[in-house]
Write a protein that binds this ligand. Sequence first.
Ligand code: GCV
Length: 712
Amino acid sequence: MKFIQKTLILILLTTLSVKADQGYNLWLNYQKLTDPVSLKEYTGLLKSIHFDSNNSTQQVAAKELQNAFGILTGKDLPSNRSMESGSVVLLKESALKALQINQQVPDNADGFIIKQVTVQNKQIILISSQSDIGLLYGTFAFIKQLQLQKRLTGLNISESPKIQHRILNHWDNLNRTVERGYAGFSLWNWHTLPGYIDKRYIDYARANASVGINGTVLNNVNANSLILTHEWLLKVKALADAFRPYGIKVYLSARFTSPIEIGKLKTADPLNEDVAQWWKDKANEIYKLIPDFGGFLVKANSEGQPGPQDYGRTHTDGANVLARALAPHQGILMYRAFVYANEIPEDRAKQAYNEFTPLDGKFDKNVMVQVKNGAIDFQPREPFHPLFGALPKTPIMAELQLTQEYLGMSTNLAYLSPLFKECLDSDTYAKGKGSTVAKVIDGSLDGHNISGIAGVANIGNDINWCGHPFAQSNWYAFGKLAWNYSLSSEEIASEWIKMTFNTDASTLQAISQMMLQSRETIVNYMTPLGLHHIMSWSHHYGPGPWIKDKPRADWTSVYYHQADKNGIGFDRTSSGSNATAQYFPEVAKIFNDVNTCPEKYLLWFHHLPWSYKLKSGESLWDGIVKHYYLGVKEVEQMQNTWDSLASKVDGDIHLQVKQLLKVQHEEAILWRNSCVLYFQSISGLPLPKGLSKPEKDLNYYQNLEYKYVPGI
Ligand code: GCV
């Protein structure tokens, strides 16, 4: 009896200790390996680690490996000043020759090799790179091999990133609220900085480095100029110092009117000499504190933010004045193309292209124009932005949104790699077939030597960082795709699941299926067949297809769906706003013709009668309604799948996701009922046979009010 009691207590304690992290460890969730073959191989082969102990990046690499190895195998991996058989050896490429190691290391500072080689009769695991940070990336890649229980014999990995600047954009305000943030408050505790370095900052840097993210913009693009005052720069410096060993550069969003607000100048006119000097002095001040400061991100003349046009100047004037201040320090200026103005009577989807294409070739060399994946705003589905490929003389960064502003915030399970890839894999035809968005942004299509990609972060101070446990996968996927956009969503999901849940094959398959379906499910119950921006007003939570009469037409839903008794959809063809003409001819032709336009973009580009026949043979009206009902069904399927995994994943996480799926189910029903009833009030058509009528009436849904929705 006593024995049974003891065993039970032990089991309970073990379970509790596994549970204790509640998602905090992210995908670096090391657990004792279960596979005896791997355990035997790793403990048999690996004896020590050899690295340059004077280098702070190599120190953290060694610490990471020692920590991971200890937990995974239960054995120590001591550091050893000399190389021995069984050493994991971190060596810069420059040191290989002296040791007569003849190995090819990628010609890219961040690239690395991991190889089992024999050196001076000793069999070692060699991790080599041109840079220390490459050694850290290599070490994380090696740890992943162990986590995934891969064989070491004959190990031979060579990797380098396709994109140079892989940057998170935090929309964090200085008061710690996060614009469109659904995972608590900002990670940056400005009040206790610079004196107090929270352990979270280090864990944040570790997580980023483990997926190759190498930059972070700390503050919201709707920027507060206070961040550029000396007092606040000291806080920024403290973060930069903490992140440096992990290869994470710090960047800041700069408010265009800072020269007035904190510099006491009378103007922020970019062509004014005092203004140019102010930015130069400010950059010099920053670089004195933070020698490897990355640069500035600017949102100008958009949604009320100040910019060069306030002074009758162009975006190029605005970008170049800041770029010239940064250039002597090798800093970059990321200038956002997310601009639109309701004063211009033009389809909002066309405005960025109209404003930026005439400026191509006029930006300084260290300017990158940052373009959202689509021309409206991070919708559950958008066709790729026509600016990709349209600015051949300007390096273009893609901006993706990891935070789920329009995809159910932190209550909906949405794995976004398929959304990211839909954009990156799109063919712009800028230089003929194969001119994908990915090739535009990696610089290869137009021969640029700087390249970048940005992800609007979904990170806050919630215990699990991202709010929804599955939202962590989007942070992970962003890093992986920024490094190598050729990876498939399946591969990324599979790695993430194994590293996060440490799970078996059938569990892996079940979770993977849920993840891969999840974004399409959301499209089904929110914005099927190319519908877009029909969320509630301002906070964007829940359905609001009826939103109209707001200060600007392009902030209303009726502007986007254009539904009337005859039909629905935004006509962006040559008979409408002609936005299709902004794409290269091959693409324009496909989108412009209703017969070739992919149905997933149908109502994005076409206004069609309710009776229009879809490929399935059913009417557009029936098709729309069926998508809404299907979306709800798919959430139910996810719930069933998740329920079946109760004994397979950590209890706390299981319960959390189970509850969230229930909320998601209710929200999916809310979306379905609201949209179906609203569109029915316009089309006047009956529901397709077999579908049950929503319980409540339209009035009920239209009168729902959501108070204190996070993220505003
Ligand atoms: C930071 C959308 C969001 C805004 C965001 C803006 C942008 O409009 O709703 O919160 O502002 O995009 O990307 O600048």
